[in-house]
Ligand binder design. Sequence first.
Ligand SMILES: [Zn+2]
Length: 250
Amino acid sequence: MGIVEEAFSRLFPEAAFAYAVHLRYSGRFKPYNATVRKVGSSLYFNLSRSWKSTSEEIVIGLIQHLLVKILRKERFLAAARDNSGKTSSLNMQLYDDFIKGISEVAAVNNGNGSSDESLESSFARVNEKYFLGIADKPNLRWGLDSFRKLASYDYHTNTITVSNLFRDAPQQLLDYLMYHELLHKKLKFSSSGNGRAVHHSREFRALEQNFDGNDTIEDELNAFIRGMTFFRKRSIKNRTFSWRRLLLLR
Ligand SMILES: [Zn+2]
């Protein structure tokens, strides 16, 4: 029995396994990443190569999470839920604990030019003020010019990414994003029903309120983003305008 079928039958002992499995390990993925696709009755699993050297019991938990996600419409899934409406297993808990654990031990690049001064000092300020100066520094990096994803914390690589739009933002805004993401690193996540992870728990929201200026920070953030959007649109419009003028001159 393959590892996917093993994972399936532990989770759904009553159900018949009726899938063709394609399991591939890829070196192109970020560490501990994984995806699944379903085409007809075929399941395509793509796992980061780092899973190859991980304990099989944990990989089974990973595959179970992916199975719950991809098979959410199947009838046998409802039968496997416990009283609280959760689908969970010992392996899935092992997996969750493992992911929380690797964020603690993932390598952090210290001062080899990969980090950035304003992110570094934002971390230092926030750590000092809200985490008694004892928070472990994650990897810090700028992301794309994203309006939709302002910042994120990746447990797999222990990295906080901040949208490139904030490079020249007021310090307070950058610190707020930093604080939010460091809370994710600190509190990790819990599982809810449907195998989904809860990232913004009640505890998270309560701690978020501790941020200095919390009452107005959302408005400031929105105003900043509106300003950026306006600036971007205007510069695009101007470019079109001068381009037209250029055509006329010719
Ligand atoms: Zn968040």
